[in-house]
Design a protein around this ligand. Structure first.
Ligand code: AMP
Ligand code: MG
Length: 336
């Protein structure tokens, strides 16, 4: 493939000519990376198996990992699935466009390669206009995983996409930084109880309240693993990255060059005199979940470029509003 092109596209009011050009690439079976409110996606025509195969090749993604299908509206989502239960209607009304993926039995419009051979498909309507307009203009559902190399950190800037996929994607639409910054909540509506497969900005408590029924979680990375093999490293930087709980900071001095990401604020006693843990590292702090999720991947990628010996992430408290961020931290780091 010739080198990757980059075009600016306003996230809320993209130039129609830019959208038309990008949509034409998608209709022709090519790959276009675009911003959603969560992270940048690597898009292809979901109804074209050869186009979708290019996504797996570009990312180095195992063919067993299904892709989320992005659509412009609820009616298009219904075309991708076999049944549309009341729960889906209620959740779509409340949370779409937005960072909630619904897993439902797939329709025959969705080929095997998209769902990794499963009989369910994950669908969502993204909130950002640039994404929705592009999908509308392409006139078909768009399969789009995060636009990074498999197992790496998801991209929240167009430059991140270029760093990972230069020469492997036809066009990148640069719409600036994404606002949510972590991937969508994935909710399975195809089993007996609504089940959160991946936590995100929209919490299981919010979903349960809107549905008025019990919602369960498959267990996420920040919970004790049901089996050790579940703790897959994903979203991980190259630098050795460790996590510590805020009430259990390292007691002895740390040797070497490191940076500390304190997510959820500085732990108690942090700045006490002679605290060897903090005396010579670079320190980054966020206090609120919205800023932490927006900045986490950006920091992981930026700090990865510095060639430090360690990254140390101080985890936020174990509370519902921090659950998705703890999940991503657990996947990106090892215990200290
Ligand atoms: P990514 O697009 O890289 O953010 O990853 C998509 C994730 O969505 C996958 O790793 C799955 O966890 C989830 N997903 C997508 N489609 C399905 C499906 N049909 N069944 C279960 N999970 C899905
Ligand atoms: Mg991904």
């Amino acid at each position: 493939m010739p080198s990757t092109r980059i075009l600016k596209a306003d996230p809320n009011q993209p130039d129609p000519e830019v959208i038309a050009e990008a949509a034409q690439i998608l209709r022709g079976g090519g790959l276009v990376a675009f911003a959603t409110e969560t992270v940048y996606g690597l898009g292809a025509d979901a109804t074209n198996p050869e186009a979708v195969a290019r996504i797996f090749a570009a990312k180095g993604r195992p063919s067993t990992n299904p892709l989320i299908v992005h659509v412009a509206d609820r009616v298009s989502a219904q075309d991708c699935v076999m049944i549309w239960p009341d729960q889906a209607e209620i959740l779509a009304e409340q949370f779409w466009p937005g960072p909630l993926t619904l897993v439902l039995p797939r329709s025959r419009h969705i080929p095997d390669i998209v769902t990794a051979g499963q009989n369910t498909v994950g669908v969502r309507v993204p909130r950002l206009d640039v994404a929705r307009w592009l999908i509308l203009e392409a006139g078909r559902p768009i399969a789009a995983p995060s636009a990074n190399r498999s197992l790496g950190v998801s991209p929240t800037l167009a430059q991140h996409v270029l760093a990972d996929l230069d020469g492997k994607v036809d066009l990148i639409l640069d719409s600036g930084p994404t606002t949510v910054g972590i991937e969508s909540t994935v909710l399975d509506l195809s089993s007996d109880l609504p089940t959160v497969l991946r936590p995100g900005e929209i919490t299981m408590e919010q979903i349960a309240e809107v549905l008025g029924e019990t919602v369960v979680s498959l267990g996420h990375a920040a919970e004790p693993a049901k089996s050790p093999g579940q703790m897959d490293v994903h979203y991980a930087p190259r630098t050795r990255a460790y996590r510590v709980e805020r009430d259990n900071l390292p007691k002895s001095p740390i040797i070497g060059q490191f940076a500390v990401l304190a997510i959820g604020g500085l732990p108690e006693g942090w700045n006490g005199p002679g605290n060897s843990f903090t005396s010579h590292g670079r320190l980054f702090v966020t206090f609120k979940p919205i800023y932490a999720s927006r900045l986490l991947y950006f920091w992981l990628r930026e700090l990865d470029l510095l060639g430090l010996d360690y990254l140390i992430v101080v985890a936020p408290p174990d509370e519902p509003r921090w659950r998705a961020i703890r999940d991503r931290i657990w996947r990106a780091t090892r215990p200290w």
